[in-house]
Design a protein around this ligand. Structure first.
Ligand code: AHR
Length: 514
């Protein structure tokens, strides 16, 4: 007999479904695919709203418990996510950031205006040394985004020298004087951001020339060279990928790409983060699933221009973008985060896994308090969002080996005469040797019985977690910080057949018991 042990909440969600849809998922464990780079689970922290100041950084003199200025509660929760990579300082902010403003004694740093984000004072309290301290505390890697838009090749080259030089150069000595003897490890370095928009409103051909110009002067000791990222296109555009992979490919490790999920697809009225109608649940799922097609279109271009697959495709900004929370600074991009966001995250993960060969890095926007955040703070209070829980459930996929996975007889989810897939699936062999399976049910009403046809390995049962709730917009609040969280999940095979019950609007991640 199947032993399904969901929470009481999950049980009632299951019971409310009219009937279980029957779906087959086949997994071939005999044909290991590309490794899912752990950097697919990267994060993004921009000088934007309370994303860094308050959300992460409170300063060493704060009453909020902190380590050299970084708040202990938030950092502690992030450490549990095994964050592999953090992109900083922007975003649009990167192309206005002058690194020298952020070094030396904090009380002597210039105060600037963050013109992109809310027009607030930016006192540069978090600069290069503070960022790398966060990187060390989190045990993560650094993706530093340089300023192409309003900087110069010299300024960019000198920042990289300051961070990475092991010589006695004046810049390296200045770094030592500012407290860091050993060079910082810059894993990735981006040359500008959204050059087609906030980064300078350029054409791809012009950016490609500038990119080559700036990249020429980026010099480091040979063993300290970061992976260099060219800033690419967004949404349904493939021209940037095409031009950059032809004209800006020398020494380039990856071309970036941005795509945000807007429920309505309309930037002027994106849709609400909570209290939305089912039509916007559906359209949010549909818009998210576009990620697959957008990646495919860009990879087709890359495969033509770079058949040896040297260049990675880095989705270094993605996530939901809703109308800002009423009553908050519109420039702070603060929004609530619900079960819908967790489902969006998981759908994206499954898509990224399917393109693991080229999609070697992604960064959700953003880590704390901004857009689709992991964590929300209000002064000394902190809560974990459903998106945080999705990231945590998917940790076993970091550096796992993807396995061919197919949903064979999906039962579509339909609304307003349109249909999208009901079940999204992904699987991989984790570094622990186990086969991990992730299933997402986009349908908010219909639970599914998913029969797992696993080739090449026994499947006696499955153990893991399920994330679901009664309401489409279930979310955590400071009063009820545990309103939505994962529940344990386990099931045993019957007569050699493994069937996973996947509740409506849920994410299930399990390892297969062999
Ligand atoms: O993530 C918020 C902003 O979205 C970034 O700064 C920018 O790159 C994008 O437009």
């Amino acid at each position: 007999m199947n032993v399904f042990k969901p929470t009481i909440l999950a049980l009632s969600v299951l019971a409310s479904a009219s009937a279980f849809a029957q779906v087959n998922v086949s997994i071939d464990a005999t044909k290991p695919g590309p490794v899912i780079n752990k950097n697919v689970y990267g994060q993004f922290a921009e000088h934007l709203g309370t994303g860094i100041y308050e959300g992460l950084w409170v300063g060493p003199d704060s009453k909020i418990p902190n380590t050299r200025g970084w708040r202990n509660d938030v950092v502690g929760a992030l450490k549990e996510l095994k964050v592999p990579l953090v992109r900083w300082p922007g975003g649009c902010f990167a192309d206005e950031y002058h690194w020298r403003d952020g070094i030396g004694p904090r009380n002597k740093r210039p105060v600037k205006v963050n013109t992109h984000w809310g027009g607030v004072a930016e006192d540069n309290a978090v600069g290069t040394h503070e960022f790398f301290d966060l990187v060390d505390i989190l045990g993560t890697e650094a993706y530093v985004n340089g300023n192409l838009g309003s900087g110069t090749p010299q300024e960019m080259a000198e920042w990289l020298e300051y961070m990475t030089s092991d010589t006695k150069s004046t810049l390296a000595e200045q770094r030592r004087k500012n407290g860091r003897k050993e060079p910082f490890k810059v894993a990735f370095f981006g040359i500008g951001n959204e050059a087609w928009g906030c980064g300078g409103n350029m054409k791809p051909e012009y950016y490609a020339q500038l990119y080559n110009h700036y990249a020429t002067f980026l010099k480091t000791p040979p063993n300290a060279r970061p992976k260099i990222v060219a800033s690419g296109g967004n949404d349904n555009d493939t021209k940037w990928t095409d031009v950059l992979s032809r004209d800006a490919a020398r020494g380039t490790d990856g071309i970036s790409f941005h795509y945000y999920t807007l429920p309505t697809g309309n930037w002027d009225k994106k849709g609400a983060a909570i209290g939305f109608p089912e039509s916007e649940w559906f359209s949010t799922m549909r818009q998210t699933l576009r990620m697959d097609e957008l990646i495919r279109n860009n990879l087709a271009v890359l495969d033509k221009n770079d058949p040896k697959k040297k260049i990675g495709f880095y989705v270094d900004e993605w996530g939901t973008w809703y109308d800002v929370e009423p009553g908050t600074n519109p420039g702070f991009l603060f929004q609530r985060n619900t079960l819908r966001d967790a489902v969006v995250a998981a759908l994206n993960f499954n898509i990224f896994h399917a393109h693991a060969e080229r999609v070697r890095m992604t960064n959700i926007a953003q880590m704390v308090n901004v857009l689709q955040a992991m964590i929300i703070t209000d002064k000394e209070k902190m809560l974990l969002t459903p998106t945080y829980h999705a990231y945590k459930m998917y940790i076993p996929f970091q550096d796992a080996t993807s396995l061919p996975t197919a949903v064979n007889n999906d039962v579509a989810y339909s609304s307003d005469n349109q249909s999208i897939p009901g079940i999204s699936a992904s699987s991989a062999r984790g570094k622990d040797g186990k086969v991990w399976v992730a299933l997402v049910n986009t349908n908010p009403h219909q639970a599914s019985d998913v029969n797992i046809d696993l080739k090449g390995q026994a499947a006696l049962g499955a153990t893991g977690q399920v994330l679901t709730a009664e309401a489409m917009d279930a979310h955590n609040t400071f009063e009820q910080p545990q309103a939505i969280k994962p529940a344990p999940y386990s099931v045993k095979a019957v007569n050699g057949k493994l069937t996973l019950k996947v509740p409506a609007k849920s994410v299930v991640v399990v390892s297969v018991d062999a």
